[in-house]
Design a protein around this ligand. Structure first.
Ligand SMILES: [Zn+2]
Length: 301
């Protein structure tokens, strides 16, 4: 007994010290002392989801489900609510187009039942690609990047290619001093994608416009040099997404997970201690009729 007392004292002191030092779990609110096995295996100290620590797979899965069911970015609503002057009228007001040409292009678009007005104006020879892109830049109130050579910078952060291709966007310039990233678009500025980049990578984003042909070349070049382990899944229900993400977190011994929805995609990013981050993109296929039950922000696929 006399021998055990000091040991008991030391044991209690250790547990008390750990209780104070260990961050509580965001799920079960526990800051339990780790077992000897857990102390030997660093990954058992838990994983952070958007900076909040979770003690194990069950708590992480619950937190993932909660995060997935929470409302999407406010930027998504802002993007939908934005009021922009129609592209044809912008060109008309600058006398780059005649009323007859605009009427003709609108009729061709209506008869075909597809395509954007800018594409039809180019197809009919009424406007150049640069005219249309400059008008798009005015429409979105952001700069036009005329110098499209070396469109992307190879030191820019790795954004999954499926997202870049889906939104026809590409990171073009990174300023580390103020952590801002210039992101080019060629069709339309997608604020959900910009919001996702800010949330996932912590950069402030600024949009700009480039021509569609420059974007095609840039994305092709990027695909040619990018070596990536990124994984793409067909979008599944939230519970299955949570299970897959938790399973990857354990397999990769991830220390931090971040999630963002953009358009029909869900982007999950796994930070690792001694390896590059890994991205998983869940994408809802067009016309799949897939719906995420219980979620206020459903994918429109
Ligand atoms: Zn927990």
């Amino acid at each position: 007994m006399r021998i055990n007392c000091p040991l008991q004292f030391l044991n209690d002191a250790w547990h008390e010290m750990w209780r104070k030092a260990a961050p509580a779990c965001g799920g079960c609110d526990s800051a339990r002392p780790r077992s000897r096995w857990q102390r030997m295996h660093r990954r058992s100290s838990g994983v952070r989801l958007h900076g909040r620590r979770y003690c194990g797979a069950d708590c992480l899965r619950q937190a993932l489900l909660q995060a997935l069911s929470e409302s999407g970015p406010a930027a998504e609503r802002a993007a939908i609510a934005s009021h922009r002057v129609p592209l044809g009228l912008l060109l008309l007001s600058r006398q780059q187009l005649s009323a007859e040409q605009l009427r003709c292009a609108l009729e061709a678009q209506r008869n075909a039942g597809r395509g954007k007005i800018g594409e039809w104006l180019q197809h009919l020879g009424f406007a150049t690609e640069l005219d249309v892109t400059a008008a798009l830049a005015r429409q979105w109130r952001c700069p036009l990047l005329r110098e499209a050579a070396n469109l992307f910078a190879d030191h820019c952060p790795a954004i999954p290619l499926p997202l870049l291709e889906s939104f026809q966007m590409i990171p073009v310039e990174l300023v580390e001093s103020n952590r801002s990233l210039l992101v080019a678009f060629s069709r339309a500025v997608d604020h959900t994608a910009l919001y996702a980049i800010e949330r996932m990578l912590g950069y402030h984003t600024e949009p700009c416009l480039v021509t569609a042909s420059a974007m095609r070349q840039g994305l092709l070049a990027l695909a040619g040099i990018r070596v990536s382990d990124d994984v793409v899944f067909e979008r599944v229900e939230d519970s299955e997404c949570a299970r897959i993400i938790a399973s990857y977190a354990a397999k990769l011994a991830a220390c931090e997970i971040r999630l963002a929805r953009c358009g029909k995609h869900l982007w999950a990013r796994f930070e690792r201690d001694k390896a590059y981050p890994l991205n998983i993109v869940f994408t809802a296929h067009e016309h799949s009729g897939q719906r995420i039950s219980g979620s206020p922000f459903r994918f429109s696929g």
